[in-house]
Design a protein around this ligand. Structure first.
Ligand code: S3P
Length: 773
């Protein structure tokens, strides 16, 4: 199929040498994409050439290079590594006798690179200006001309080695060719390429061949293979590849493969010894780290979040419903889950966690501590076992610590890492890398931290220099926080655990106090004097058990759901009601919601209760500013409640909402207006004209409530990658007249995995559409 390309072809004549899987696939892709005026090939196996000419793939072909090469401006060498030098000899002869221009672009597709350069040097003396060694990282189970596929390279990486001798034209044109056949082109120097491939491709193939050889040489080999389980099948799959090719590659990349093999031997011995020594903690640590690393790298390679590799871009299609009923358990508290990992890792002894939130944000924290050498078993149904390494037991991570979407992970970890002896880098997803980090970096610098916000305008990636380089420990400070932020407070208190002297933070308003509570629970003295909180460096944390209560911020969606709908009643069991988090209850009560608490008790140093909420006739209010930090994450869904209330609701003093996972004032206003709500954005808040109407005073339960009229229309909402925006507009469907579609809901997994299922369980109608990207 000839493409509709109207551009002139990139090349006049491309000559492909070797019509095996890679050469023939590239030839087909060149033909299909119209990338060359003429296409010729050389292959010793003449039937392939004849067929390719018959198929119309080639304009000419031969077993001998000199017969077809004349006029080529690109030669692609697609023969086995060991045969490349002989091809160079033929090419040089063609250049010497004027058949080929000396600046003709020469490239190859071999999986080793240093030896290709050495072969070119041996033949040409100095490297030709057109030589650009390359390696498409693509393949298939089958080989040969007949296995060719024009799409073989689509979305695969092609590594090109930009040699100092290569002309810019050659590099640019080769890049354009690979990009035109759908590949992602990256450049790397040849030594680095060979070292990486030795570890990631050549070593695994060598081990697969070796294991099959080992099993096959047993006397009872028939039984071995007859009863071989899936593990053997998976591990040995690649030993079915072409022995001649691998024979050549093992010799061609000898030194890098031998050193990868030596390193492998060391790791194997370590594992052997752990088994002999019955060192269960260390073996569990190693296996857990490897499993998590496999997952982590799998996610990195696929650029997908931690909890669902298929849902890269998901949407909710919601059909309006009227009533929600039931008794439900909400997942664990996000803030407390983060802190359980941090303090559990730094404690001495083992910490058992139950109720841990298996959402992406908390999993990012968990992964970071694994990356720093902490053995963490789980999560298994919310259960974790953390083998604490003590205050000075963290190890440097080999890679930048990836915090995903989680501001809490990044800001709290910045405090911990600023005090460690080693250097660290913290990075996150696109949304996190836009959020302000100077708010923690600046006070940490006052403590003596060396920390750079290397992104644009005080943003991540954060680069933190270890104390071993700086030469002295952090110093305690007395810091007046400009905003009531639990993240800034926690960051500085955590840094203060290693600082000389006392670190005191003063907050302008009360913010959530989970860090202070958990430090005390781990036996670390914390002094609280009104809004002044202090810790003195040099203490120890002692591991223990932590039961994480249900997250009131997640419960908030269902509180509002029951309040705004008709004939509804929900009981949310054992939700955290820490007084620094109950702003949502206070505000809903001020709006005259019907809320009651029962079964009040304490779980792991935190108060919890069952929360029951019924259909309510909500009234618009002016939200008291002191409640803002106590309900900071709940405003998106409170705006939904305000839209259903009678009269106007005014929020002020909430500028912080503009720097959450999205600008929650602007983004919520945009969505509310789409659904027909009249609202006005102010610098630090929002004014919402509620559309609720007076109840009719009918006899019976909730007789003064009239929640039957829709207040929202239908429409398309985008979440701006903000989990709480997505969930808030889902709740709006309980008072909508038409279908609501919400785009970008994959981020719901950061804080509330299973939200849609739970919502449907109590009577809502959310259809989740996953569009894998
Ligand atoms: C959090 C504190 C709050 C909150 C965030 C979690 C925490 O942020 O918005 O979701 O766990 O400390 P600020 O402290 O920056 O307001």
């Amino acid at each position: 199929m000839q493409s509709m390309n109207t551009q002139p072809p990139l090349f006049k004549q491309i000559c492909v040498i070797g019509l095996g899987l890679i050469g023939a696939s590239l030839a087909q892709a060149i033909k299909d994409n119209g990338l060359s005026e003429r296409l010729v090939a050389v292959d010793r196996h003449t039937p392939s050439i004849d067929e390719a000419i018959q198929h119309g793939l080639l304009d000419a072909g031969s077993a001998v290079l000199s017969e077809v090469v004349f006029g080529s401006d690109l030669i692609v060498i697609a023969v086995p590594v060991q045969a490349v030098q002989a091809v160079f000899i033929d090419i040089k002869a063609a250049m010497d006798n004027g058949q080929l221009a000396t600046d003709c672009i020469l490239t190859d597709v071999c999986s080793t690179k240093v030896n290709i350069i050495d072969a070119a040097k041996a033949v040409f003396g100095s490297l030709p200006v057109g030589l650009v060694p390359a390696h498409p990282i693509a393949g298939a189970e089958n080989s040969g001309y007949h296995a060719r596929r024009a799409t073989l390279f689509v979305n695969h990486s092609v590594i090109i080695c930009e040699l100092p001798t290569t002309s810019n034209v050659a590099i640019t044109k080769l890049r354009q060719l690979w990009e035109a056949v759908g590949a992602n082109v990256m450049s790397m120097d040849a030594e680095h390429h060979d070292r990486i491939l030795a570890h990631t491709s050549h070593l695994p193939h060598l081990l697969a061949f070796n294991l099959v050889e080992q099993l096959a040489s047993h006397d009872d080999n028939l039984d071995m293979f007859r009863y071989a389980a899936g593990g053997f099948r998976d591990f040995s799959r690649i030993a079915a590849s072409d022995p001649k090719m691998w024979h050549d590659i093992f010799f061609a990349n000898e030194s890098a493969i031998v050193s990868a093999l030596d390193e492998y031997g060391v790791y194997l011995q370590t594992m052997r010894q752990l088994i002999i020594d019955k060192d269960s903690t260390a073996l569990m640590g190693l296996l857990g780290r490897a499993q998590a690393a496999r997952r982590h790298f799998g996610h990195m390679l696929a650029s997908t979040p931690y909890t669902d590799t298929s849902a890269m871009s998901a949407s909710y299609n919601i059909t309006p419903s009227n009533t929600v009923l039931g008794t439900i358990a909400i997942p664990g508290d996000k803030s407390i889950s983060h802190r359980s990992i941090m303090l559990g890792s730094l404690a001495t002894g083992v910490t058992n966690v139950t109720g841990f939130l298996e959402g992406e944000d908390a999993l990012a924290t968990l992964q970071a501590f694994r990356d720093m050498g902490v053995t963490i078993e789980g999560p298994d149904n919310g259960k974790l076992t953390i083998h604490g390494v003590g205050m000075n037991g963290l190890k440097p991570s080999k890679t930048p610590l990836y915090m995903g979407n989680s501001g809490t992970s990044m800001r709290l970890l910045a405090g911990i890492l600023a005090a460690q002896s080693f250097d660290s880098v913290l990075t996150g997803d696109t949304s996190l890398n836009k959020r302000p980090m100077e708010r923690v970096a600046a006070p940490l610098r006052e403590m003596g931290a060396v920390i750079q916000s290397t992104g644009h305008s005080g943003t991540a990636p954060l680069s933190i220099t270890g104390r071993a380089t700086v030469g002295k420990p952090l110093q305690g400070i007395d810091y007046e926080m400009p905003v009531a932020s639990a993240q800034i407070k926690s960051c500085l208190l955590l840094a203060g655990l290693w600082a000389e002297g006392t670190t005191t933070v003063t907050q302008p308003e009360v913010s959530r106090d989970h860090t202070e509570r958990m430090l005390s629970a781990f036996g670390y003295p914390v002094t609280v004097d009104g809004n002044r909180i202090s810790v003195t460096g040099g203490g120890q944390l002692t591991g223990g058990d932590i039961a994480v209560p249900a997250d009131i911020s997640s419960a908030a969606f269902f509180m509002v759901a029951a309040a705004i709908s008709q004939n509804s009643e929900l009981t949310l069991t054992q939700v955290g009601i820490n007084p620094t988090r109950t702003g949502i209850i206070d505000i809903l009560k001020l709006m005259q919601a019907d809320i009651s608490l029962s079964n009040e008790t304490h779980v792991g140093g935190e108060p919890v209760a069952d929360i029951t909420i019924r259909s309510s006739s909500l009234k618009g209010i002016e939200i008291p500013e002191h409640l803002v930090p106590l309900a900071i994450d709940e405003f998106p869904v409170l705006f939904i409640a305000a839209s259903c209330a009678q009269g106007r609701t005014v929020l002020t003093g909430a500028k912080e909402l503009r720097v959450k996972e999205s600008d929650r004032i602007a983004v919520m206003a945009e969505g509310l207006q789409t659904l027909g709500i009249d609202c006005t954005v102010t610098e630090d808040g929002l004014i919402i004209e509620g559309k609720g109407i007076e109840g009719e005073g009918i006899e019976g339960q909730n007789s003064n409530v009239n929640n039957s009229q829709p207040v929202f229309g239908g429409g398309h909402i985008t979440s701006h990658h903000d989990h709480r925006i997505a969930m808030s507009f889902a709740i709006a469907s309980l008072r909508a007249s038409k279908q609501i579609t919400i785009e970008g809901v994959e981020t719901v997994n950061t804080s509330f995995p299973g939200f849609a299922e739970l919502a449907n369980h109590i009577g809502m109608s959310i259809k989740v559409d996953n569009a894998a990207v």
